[in-house]
Ligand binder design. Sequence first.
Ligand SMILES: [Cu+2]
Length: 207
Amino acid sequence: MQSDNRKFARWTCLSTVACWIALHAVAASAAGFQVSVVDQNGAPLADAVVFATPLNGKLPPAKPAGAIIDQIKRQFVPLVSVVQSGTAITFPNKDNFEHDVYSFSPAKKFELHLYHGVPANPVVFDKPGLVVMGCNIHDSMVAYVMVVDTPWFAKTDANGHASIDNLPADNYKLTAWHYRLADAKVLPTQTLPAGAKTSFTLNLSAQ
Ligand SMILES: [Cu+2]
């Protein structure tokens, strides 16, 4: 579809933007990671996704909560979401005209044909990976859902801050992603013993 090709072209363009992220993480006594993400100028970077995966692969049973992505004034709200595999996302249309939400991303191909209000069924995001969504009517609409195989994830707020709380003491791989970066970036392994503090800086540049 033409609209999707355009969206892909834009994605490629954005991914070439030189983007320099410094990421500082501290393992606090509350057994969690506190993360600050800034851009190449040191300005806080909102909507960055960070998630922690234990190196031994031990995860608690998945109990993903549902999520909502609204359509308001021809925009998806929120622009960026991070959810655990198996999460059911509802797409309420709060405009007084129809939208047609779709994705061709390998992690979740779907289409919600022209509709008002709340679709009868949510969409279950059952595979990890990035899902980019658009609307077949309004080409400017775009949303990103990062689906992860861990319950320990967060998204930075307007101040560039994110907290991943209540993790068991363990060794973790931390991964960071921002929609202006082509690829997710894996940080060096972090050990998270109770009460210990670890800090590090990682510079990321787009491909
Ligand atoms: Cu639309």
